[in-house]
Design a protein around this ligand. Structure first.
Ligand SMILES: [Mg+2]
Length: 316
């Protein structure tokens, strides 16, 4: 077992470091890295995912490379163009929109700049992620304008927070709607699909309890799946890459090109993006010394694993 702790390049979800536990079993290494604000019940699924990766071989894969998107945070158009240029070969870009205090015309300008840069660089699609920030009417208007600015969006991710709102937005616009938070943090990850509130779902291995559990969700969903990371180390990204590689069809690039959000990695052979895709392979941590962790952090993780284990015991 090893603990890692790596700084993020820029603040995200109100955190500036990413930390987790890596465990080794007969099948290889697995990652357990629930965010610090998650309680034992939610963390238990992340725990199960890491344990599965370490102890049970992954199912046979259908591909050995997984196309991924680049991500453009809220920034000015010139910076957005720079990010696209820094990702040669990427054929999909996710643009963050609807941040508090940012106007729609600024989001549109960023999206237009990204679409233009992609077209100039060989083509590609633009998707936007609102992280549930819009009201229904606001969403419908914003999506129409962003769609026009992009010359056609691939999809809009989580336009509103509630499933019922997502369904209304989906009926009001001609852009595909993807569910992310509605899948990942819901007691029932497929309620959003059954409500007719999305055209595709974003799935993450750890929050869904492992590759097999996520695969079962994907199969039952019956809609296309975009596999994403939770800003994992390469060990966790390998889990996501295997899920994406096992899926019979993968019509959309995945959100697994996230290693560049971290200032380092746990492996000297990291799952970095090359020509718009990442490899499907196991990764072993071998640079623990490069990012020393404190005994306090190790104790904190051990206490956390104890809490999860106690919760799992009580939930039986
Ligand atoms: Mg999202």
């Amino acid at each position: 077992m090893a603990v890692y702790d790596i700084a993020l390049r820029r603040r995200f979800r109100r955190i500036d470091r990413r930390s987790g536990v890596l465990i080794r079993g007969e099948a290889g290494w697995g990652e357990i890295s629930p965010f610090w604000d998650y309680g034992p019940a939610e963390s238990a699924r992340w725990f199960a995912a890491g344990l599965e990766a370490a102890t049970v071989p992954f199912p046979p894969v259908a591909r050995d490379r997984v196309p991924v998107n680049a991500t453009v945070p809220v920034c000015d158009p010139a910076a957005a163009v720079g990010i696209v240029a820094a990702h040669p070969g990427v054929r999909a870009v996710k643009v963050k929109v609807a941040d508090p205090g940012v106007e729609l015309r600024e989001d549109c300008a960023r999206v237009a700049a990204v679409a233009e840069a992609l077209a100039a660089g060989g083509g590609g699609v633009v998707r936007v992620d609102a992280n549930g920030a819009w009201e229904v009417d606001e969403a419908a208007r914003a999506i129409r304008e962003l769609d026009a600015a992009a010359g056609g969006l691939e999809y809009v991710e989580q336009p509103c927070a509630e499933v019922e709102e997502m369904a209304r937005v989906r009926r009001a616009v001609n852009v595909a709607v993807a569910a992310d938070e509605s899948v990942r943090r819901a007691g029932d990850p497929l309620a959003v699909v059954r409500a007719g509130a999305c055209d595709l779902i974003v799935t993450k291995v750890q929050p869904l309890g492992g590759v097999r559990a996520a695969l079962a969700v994907a199969e039952e969903a019956g809609v296309p799946v975009v596999v994403s990371s939770a800003v994992d180390s390469s060990v966790g990204l390998a889990m996501g890459a295997h899920l994406a590689a096992v899926l019979p069809e993968l019509p959309h690039p995945c959100g697994l090109g996230t290693l560049s959000l971290l200032t380092g990695d746990v492996s000297s052979t990291p799952l970095t993006v090359r020509e718009g895709a990442i490899d499907v392979r196991r990764v072993a941590p071998d640079v623990a010394d490069a990012a020393p962790v404190t005994p306090e952090l190790v104790s904190r993780w051990l206490r956390r694993l104890d809490e999860v284990a106690a919760w799992m015991e009580s939930a039986r």
